[in-house]
Each structure stands twice: as C-alpha cells, then as structure tokens.
Design a protein around this ligand. Structure first.
Ligand SMILES: CC(C)(COP(=O)(O)OP(=O)(O)OC[C@H]1O[C@@H](n2cnc3c(N)ncnc32)[C@H](O)[C@@H]1OP(=O)(O)O)[C@@H](O)C(=O)NCCC(=O)NCCS
Length: 213
C-alpha cells in the first residue's frame, strides 16, 4: 500500500524532489502517494510550474499539522538553514519520509541514512557513510567512504565530498566543489561553488576559490 506524503516547498528544489518520488514510484510500484505541496510563501510562478506538473497545492505549512499521523513529509528546500528551520516548525511528532533514493543514484554497503534524506539522480554514496536527517545529495554529487554528514547538510550538483570527511549540521557544499579527504566543514558553513577545500572550514564561515579561503 502507498504511504501518503506531502512535499514542503514548491520551489525548484521541491519540484526536483517530487521528480525523485515520481521515479521511485515508477521503479518500485508506487510506495508513495503524493498528496501535494505545502508552502508558506509560494510565488505565482512556482504555483504555475506546479500546476504544469499536475501536482496539487495544499496551502501553508500549517495544513500539514492538521493531517493524520500517517501522513509523512519531505522538505524540498535547497537552503539547509531554511530546511532546518522548517523541520523545527514541523517538530519531531510527525515522521519525515524514509530516505528517498532516486533509482539512478547508487548506494554502497554499510551506510546509515536518517529520515528525510534525499538522493537525487546520479548521486553516489559509497561505503560506511552516515547521512543525518534531511541531508540532500544533489544530482551527480559524490560522498566518499566513512564520511559523516550531520543533519540538514546540502551537497549541490557535481560536488565531491572525499572519504573520511565530517560535515556539520546545515553545512552547504556548492556546485562542483571538492572537499579533500579527512577534512571537516563546520556547522552552518558554506563552501562556494567550484571551491577546493584543502584545510578544515570553521563553523558559520563562507569559503570559496581554489584553494578555498
Ligand atoms: C560563495 C557564495 C556562497 C557567495 O558568497 P558571497 O560572499 O555572498 O558572494 P557575493 O555574491 O557577494 O560575491 C562576493 C565576491 O565573491 C565572488 N564569488 C562569488 N561566488 C564565488 C565562487 N563560488 N567562487 C569564487 N568567487 C566567488 C564574487 O565574484 C565576488 O567577487 P568580487 O568581490 O571580486 O566582485 C556563492 O556565490 C556560492 O558559490 N554558493 C553556492 C551556490 C550553489 O551551489 N548553487 C547551486 C544551487 S543548485
């Protein structure tokens, strides 16, 4: 039987997450029934794009609170800080979706994934990796062996997190950035697109460039 699912956020990333759920449903016999999207401040443009997909808009985030406990959710918001705030609003009482793994992503052995994890098409997670709650690994990004990505981390398309890395809560790794092996990126830090991280990144800082500073 399909489990009911609501997607939070009808922006571009939310609609990409919808695409992941759709691909999972096609591949594995409809494990999810998407009831629709909620969003506190949807733009007219995004509502138009949603309707092109034939996906219902259900209203503000508060609508989710009024739904039965069986309804699960996934946060389709690309900014990890906003994702963390929205998760706090929803609270722990409601269960996030089980990890949503696109059929074209690959996952090795011995990994641990929290609820609300999303792996988009082409994401590669190798072995003994831990992904906390609501971690998103975007298209064609890679996460190497033994790395630990804490809750809400966002890895953007084509980024490479090498083996043995530690990424703190809400860290963002920009598109095509590389984190060299064994390094840490502190909580709330941002690694700019195209950066090469060669030394640890302190919490709540922005680094960019090659080597990243
Ligand atoms: C680095 C980043 C976080 C922005 O930082 P910021 O300090 O707010 O950047 P600003 O836009 O104010 O630009 C400041 C300077 O940094 C430069 N800059 C911005 N992003 C850069 C990057 N990724 N690499 C190198 N330089 C960058 C700008 O050109 C500007 O240079 P200048 O002062 O010589 O004109 C952002 O540009 C970035 O790369 N974010 C990741 C985005 C991403 O992954 N998007 C994909 C979504 S799927």
């Amino acid at each position: 039987m399909s489990e009911p699912l609501v997607i939070v956020g009808c922006g571009g990333h939310g609609r990409e997450v919808y695409g992941v759920v759709h691909a999972i449903n096609e591949a594995y016999g409809e494990p999810w029934k998407v009831l629709g999207f909620v969003d506190d401040a949807p733009s007219d443009v995004n509502l138009g794009r949603l309707s092109l997909l034939g996906a219902p808009f259900l209203g503000a985030l508060a609508e989710l609170a009024g739904m039965g406990d069986e309804v699960r959710y996934v946060i389709g918001i690309g900014d990890p800080r906003v994702r963390a705030k929205v998760a706090a609003k929803i609270g722990r009482a409601r269960t996030a979706a089980a990890p949503l793994i696109h059929p074209d992503a690959s996952v090795g052995l011995g990994n641990e994934f929290g609820n609300g994890v999303v792996l988009l098409a082409g994401a590669r997670v190798t072995t003994n990796v831990t992904l906390g709650r609501h971690v998103h690994v975007n298209q064609n990004a890679t996460v190497g062996h033994d790395s630990v990505l804490d809750d809400f981390v966002q890895v953007n398309p084509l980024a490479a997190v090498s083996g043995d890395c530690r990424l703190g809560e809400r860290a963002l790794v920009g598109t095509t950035a590389a984190i060299l092996q064994g390094l840490s990126v502190g909580a709330g830090a941002t690694v700019g697109a195209g950066a090469c991280v060669v030394r640890p990144v302190p919490s709540d800082t922005i680094v960019k460039g090659v080597p990243a500073r």
